[in-house]
Write a new protein. Structure first.
Length: 142
């Protein structure tokens, strides 16, 4: 099996609503997203011959997903008062509302699913919230 990977990083703030501890407060991370694609065979066509996928296309697909999150506050739907969201938007802050608690675990699944929607044959996605803490999501059998 051939496996290729690419990665992108973004900086953002988040908090974990309902969590008891330091992470219940707004804080930031330098998130790193590592995506891998696997294939049993290499392409046979002229342009793509002997490749799994064009790295440029793969890199751009992942970048299109991470770039909108860069330098924003990522929050779970319903975790902030409407008046708080309005006040932050009125101040010109960049906000990204997610239908899930913004954890490394949820982000690994989010980026996996989004790459699939972009027709990428993704194998797994690992999201680092710190240099030593990460979560990986895959649908591959172990």
């Amino acid at each position: 099996m051939y496996i290729i990977k690419t990665e992108q990083s973004f900086d953002s703030a988040h908090f974990l609503s309902g969590y008891k501890g330091k992470c219940s407060n707004i804080h930031g991370h330098r998130w790193k997203v590592v995506a891998r694609i696997a294939a049993q065979n290499l392409e046979k066509g002229d342009q793509m011959r002997d490749m799994v996928l064009d790295f440029g296309d793969f890199k751009e697909a992942l970048k299109s997903l991470t770039e909108p999150l860069d330098h924003s506050l990522i929050y779970e739907t319903g975790s902030l008062k409407e008046s708080t969201v309005k006040a932050l938007l009125d101040e010109g802050f960049s906000l990204n509302e997610m239908p899930f608690r913004p954890t490394a675990e949820q982000f690994s699944r989010y980026f996996y699913d989004k790459l699939r929607e972009l027709s990428m044959p993704v194998y797994d996605v690992t999201v680092y919230e710190t240099p030593t803490n990460s979560s990986t999501y895959t649908e591959a059998s172990l």
